[in-house]
Design a protein around this ligand. Structure first.
Ligand code: ADP
Length: 559
């Protein structure tokens, strides 16, 4: 029996129209290093309409890809609004990829236009001759004349271009299942793979982000999106903010701890989001020079495991509540968010807050064992996490009907490559990524658990743990730690600190001290780089004074 409901498509054009009229006075504010450039949502709507007209005049049609190569800023948000609303596809290029990866990704997506920030023109210029399908480059916040484009590529200046077109547009009616945006994974494990979001998936994801058990974004919020707009659409924050009329605060290229603190002092965001390494840096800076962070009602942190120590330090010393979330580019990205059950508060809540989070209704999750069978959700049994739902990708983008990454899908489920447990009441705890877990003497060592235990030491700023081949045990962990300035702790002391926190056979016997742990293009510990440096003998490995031989005391690690 058909329903009687109207079949109104869930389109980002509707979202834009709503935000720019009903919430016309909400703002997006971009930090310049000393003040913010402010755009009201009313102006945002006008600029987005102009850009849509301009892109149409440049020959962009429905389904064509328009790339951005930009920081988080006002102009990037204009592109976020205009491109999907006119029926084209917004492709957010990761500005931190290696040049050959940028070439691969832009050619693979067949981008026709690149909108580039003036400060990033030199980076784009290096790869532009290798971008086979790009016909137009639009320079925002910069001098278009500074870019010498190859033959066949026209260069425009954003403001000049926009001034030629009217600020009003009737956006077309779009199929809600058509492509709205695309994003490539950061390529930690091979070539980046493309995920294409639909209007419908973005819409539903935004609605979830605005629920109290999602990210709780609401009108009146000032949402600081530190997470880049090229990293899984800034975790959905821009569209979520538009959906409820929350204002946005954008850091542009000012991503170091001190400028972020200045930006926060000036704009007093009520909500913020970024990966743990960013908050680690902010914590050190705010510890060194305390400031009022009381304006932050919550900070969502994800992308890699959030050390419990980081949550406690922010809460105890600065009154800031950090909420962990888990997700992937493939999951739009919100998978689960670690809000404790409302009746559980204070210390008891940490048992829930240190998990990766609780799955919401739209995200179905299951754990699968080595034999492919589903495992119980008892909070103990460990398996590979598989998910499905309306904002989870069903495949990777492939222009030639080939099967890129098809082994990541099983019977309509996305195989996440993450290993963990799920409780009966839906909380996920990740043990590790399958490729990072260390297989030692037939047992597993969780690199994440070791990292968190080591980072709980007050002298440790960062610690990454990675597996290396070992003749006797197949693999053993190596710790790469960055210490606080002036700290005198050594490998022996750190190993002793771990002694009552992890099993004896897990205690690492190889340590290296680095000024900073290398990071991926989205700010996660780069274990691929660490493994390569280890293999090339470029790391200064030290053994703790005691215990290096003790770890092997129990055959098969049975102590
Ligand atoms: P990439 O795969 O290129 O690193 P993503 O941001 O899509 O880019 O990474 C998703 C992965 O990040 C997840 O599969 C998981 O391994 C990890 N991750 C995300 N959030 C968390 C979290 N809260 N705790 C632990 N790992 C996380």
């Amino acid at each position: 029996m058909p329903s009687t409901m109207q079949d109104e498509p869930l389109s980002l054009a509707t979202l834009l129209r709503y935000a720019t009229t009903v919430h016309a006075d909400a703002t997006v504010r971009t930090w310049t290093g000393s003040a913010s450039r402010v755009l009201t949502y009313r102006e945002l709507g006008a600029q987005a309409a102009r850009l849509a007209h301009a892109l149409t005049a440049l020959g962009i049609e429905r389904g064509d890809r328009v790339a951005t190569f930009m920081w988080n800023n006002n102009e990037h948000l204009i592109a976020y609004c205009a491109v999907p609303a006119m029926g084209a596809v917004l492709h957010t290029l990761n500005i931190r990829l290696f040049p050959e990866q940028i070439t691969y990704v832009a050619n693979h997506a067949a981008d026709k236009v690149v909108i580039v920030d003036g400060s990033l023109v030199p980076v784009l210029a290096q790869v532009l001759p290798t971008l086979r399908t790009v016909r137009h480059v639009i320079v925002a916040n910069g001098d278009a004349a500074a870019l010498h484009a190859p033959d066949g590529v026209a260069v425009h200046e954003l403001d000049t271009l926009l001034a030629e077109f009217p600020p009003v547009l009737d956006f077309p009616v779009l199929d809600e299942r058509s492509a709205a945006a695309m994003c490539y994974t950061s390529g930690t494990t091979g070539d980046p793979k493309g995920v294409v979001y639909s209007h419908r998936s973005n819409w539903l994801h935004s609605m979830h982000a605005c629920t109290a058990d999602g990210m709780g974004i609401r009108a009146g919020d000032r949402v600081l999106a530190v997470v880049p707009m090229f990293h899984a659409n800034a975790w959905g924050l821009p569209y979520a903010a538009l959906m409820v009329g929350a204002s946005l605060v954008m850091p542009d290229r000012f991503l170091q701890p001190s400028p972020l603190l200045e930006l926060m002092a000036a704009e007093r965001p009520s909500f913020a989001a970024a990966v743990p390494t960013v908050w680690n840096g902010v914590l050190a800076a705010v510890d060194a020079s305390p400031r009022d962070l009381g304006h932050l009602r919550a900070v969502v942190v994800g992308g890699s495991a959030v050390p419990a120590q980081l949550m406690r330090a922010f809460e105890d010393r600065h009154g800031v509540r950090i909420i962990q979330a888990w997700g992937m580019t493939e999951t739009s990205p919100l998978g689960c968010v670690a809000w404790p059950p409302p009746e559980i508060e204070g210390e008891a809540a940490y048992a829930y807050r240190v998990t990766q989070g609780r799955f919401p209704a739209p995200v179905q999750a299951r754990l699968i064992g080595n034999d492919g069978a589903e495992l119980p959700r008892d909070g103990r049994t460990v398996g590979e996490l598989e998910v499905r739902g309306p904002w989870i990708t069903a495949s990777y983008y492939s222009p030639d009907a080939d099967t890129i990454g098809s082994d990541a899908f099983r019977d309509g489920w996305l195989r996440t490559g993450d290993i963990g447990t799920i409780t009966a009441d839906g909380y996920l705890t990740l043990v590790d990524r399958a490729k990072d877990i260390i297989k030692s003497g037939g047992e597993w060592i969780s690199s994440v658990e070791l990292e968190n235990a080591i980072m709980a030491h007050p002298d440790v700023v960062e610690a990454a743990v990675f597996g290396v081949p070992d003749e006797k045990w197949d693999e053993r962990p190596v710790v790469a730690a960055a210490l606080r300035t002036g700290a005198e702790v050594d490998a022996g002391a750190l190993r002793a600190f771990l002694a009552d926190k992890v099993a004896k056979w897990q205690l690492p016997e190889r340590w290296t001290f680095v000024p900073e742990v290398p990071k991926t293009s989205v700010g996660k510990f780069d274990k691929k780089v660490l493994r390569a440096r280890y293999a090339a003998d470029q790391l200064d490995i030290v053994a703790p004074d005691s215990g290096a031989t003790q770890m092997s005391s129990g055959a098969g690690h049975d102590d």
